[in-house]
Design a protein around this ligand. Sequence first.
Ligand SMILES: NC(=O)c1ccc[n+]([C@@H]2O[C@H](COP(=O)([O-])OP(=O)(O)OC[C@H]3O[C@@H](n4cnc5c(N)ncnc54)[C@H](OP(=O)(O)O)[C@@H]3O)[C@@H](O)[C@H]2O)c1
Length: 273
Amino acid sequence: MSTLKAGVIGYPIHHSKSPIIHGHWIEEYDLTGTYETIEIAPENLKEDIQKLVDQGFHGFNATIPHKENIMALCDEVDETAKAIGAVNTILIKDRKLFGSNTDVFGFIQNIKQEVPHFDFKNKRAVVLGAGGAARAIVYAFKQEDVSEIIITNRTREKAESLIELAPDQVRIIDWELREYALKGSDLLVNTTSLGMEGQLALELDLTQLPTHALVNDIVYTPLMTDLLSDAKAQGNDIVTGIGMLLHQARPAFEKWTGILPDVDDALIKKVLS
Ligand SMILES: NC(=O)c1ccc[n+]([C@@H]2O[C@H](COP(=O)([O-])OP(=O)(O)OC[C@H]3O[C@@H](n4cnc5c(N)ncnc54)[C@H](OP(=O)(O)O)[C@@H]3O)[C@@H](O)[C@H]2O)c1
């Protein structure tokens, strides 16, 4: 390929770890090019994206607050992004914008890489939270034939808005009753911001959770959240959240370069340092 020209748009954007991830792969696969952070205010979205097209960008990632609004500016949007209602990856080809969402891939691949024997089919999953990340995860569960998806969220109406993603599988349980949802479950995922550095703690007694259940926290600062420590102490398999961030970047890199890169220890180390 010619020299890669890519980046991530957001507002603000200085916190993004994406340049570390894509920079690592550019180096590892002996490519030339750049992946930069590009700050775009919401009111300038259309004009500033046009500038990226004019400058010959191969594509870019979109993060907060552009993931939803950018959909209307795309010439085509893939099925996953349409279902979730958010685009995080754009390929520019013949001056056209092709939008997709790679969070579903990232979430699933992280668990598959970390716990290869785990089979999603016919399992019962509990999802804590009902924000943007939960939408991608509920859709991922539907794709992987999870048979029951129990969603519990502080704001019940937001949990109810996720039913449309998997009407036959989703059941809602009130946030105050979340511990009852754990009984008989095979998989527990925290998609709330609780437990993240600077946020409130996630209060959850895991006694009811079977020890065979897999526990994943998509919060990755800190990497070992209290939820994961408690689950590990109880004998459950655990998966941290950093892998979702890394794996979701892989299909984007592939769209722009034709190479589906790996997530290896060197990359994990770089991103966490
Ligand atoms: N590992 C990864 O690659 C990855 C990817 C995406 C996101 N994340 C992380 O996942 C978390 C959620 O992201 P998001 O984009 O889904 O955010 P979001 O759309 O803002 O959703 C936040 C969720 O947290 C809940 N919440 C916030 N404060 C709460 C509180 N005090 N008590 C109970 N629930 C509370 C919200 O409940 P309400 O609906 O009641 O407000 C909502 O369900 C963030 O920490 C983010 O960094 C990680």
